[in-house]
Design a protein around this ligand. Sequence first.
Ligand SMILES: *Cc1c(COP(=O)(O)O)cnc(C)c1O
Length: 395
Amino acid sequence: MDEKRKSGISTISVHAGGLEDRDYGAVNTPVYLSTTFKLSDADYEAILNGKARDIWVYTRYGNPSRRAVELKVAALEGAEDGLAFASGMAAISTTLLTFLRKGDHLLTTLDLYGGTSYLIQKEFPKFGIDVTSVNPQDINSIKNGLKPNTKVVYFETLSNPLLKFIDLEAVAELAHGNGALFIVDNTFMTPFNLRPLEHGVDIVVHSGSKYLNGHSDVISGFVVGSEEHIGMVWETMLHFGGSMEPLPAYLVERGLKTFAIRMERHNTNAMAVAEFLKGHPRVRRVIYPGLDDYPQKELIDRYVTNGYSGMVSFEIDGTDEDGVKFMHNLKIWKEATSLGGVESLVSMPYNTSHAGLTPEQRQEMGIGPGFIRLSCGIEDADDLIADIDQALNSV
Ligand SMILES: *Cc1c(COP(=O)(O)O)cnc(C)c1O
């Protein structure tokens, strides 16, 4: 792994992880569709010594196909170790419940992916876990939110749909000064654009269903960090049971081979789309971290490695109904939630992720009328822009 880490990210995407087929020399990782494995005397000894994770016993515990994709994602994030899950939510819930117990305090924010927000609000009270939500863009609010029993600080590196960034190093210093772990969800930025572990973050979680797999055909999740932390999460995973199956593991590993080249195109397409929207008379406001007027431009540029990913948000100069008309007018962009696939998607928070809020509550958060979220795919930028132009002009 150490040698792999010195390679460029495209080489890591293709070669890291993977599994050498010593029997037949297959260039690709074989798919080991087996729930259980023949045990040798050495295997029994490993089990007796508490080393069941290092051998193949039963696929909920571990599987060679799954290990291949875990090592690839760990190498991409520059982590010692990684673990693959059946979904992003399985990765997030298992990780948080590894490090939080009854009486502990979690410092987080309301500005989280909906699924994570519901997990924290609806499930954590059952476990007696105390939660405080702060504004992660305000360092003082974080400082004031920390308590003696704060064990975990949890944020997303780029928020949805307002694309707010976190000063990772400043937050890490506060968390560690308080004896807490700093865990982030890096789904939107991806390790192509940001490697949080290089900035004081302890553990990174992902929905692999988005950019990592990249083809909108597999639900999956990952957690990466130190060997010690991932070993602890592995034990919790055995109990909750959210491990990844071998076939999805193969598909995600295959998807990851083109990760760097896909991300390059997501980055440049989103930049081109954001710049085009910026100059369009039917557009009130554009949010993209690559634009000069992005409110945290100086901050984010201290951290990013390649670009700003494929998510662009904007407001049509009109109402939510105008936004819906715009979406219906599009020909290439598909109206769907989710993100990070090769195809371009469009959605509106008001009738999907933020439908539970009133227009006033949305406005207060910064989601005004006609707010649109774009996930820029890897098509030709000229085609994506021409489609947006005709759709805006015929609203
Ligand atoms: C999609 C998503 C999740 C949840 O992942 P699933 O794979 O759908 O379980 C978590 N966090 C973020 C930021 C996401 O976009």
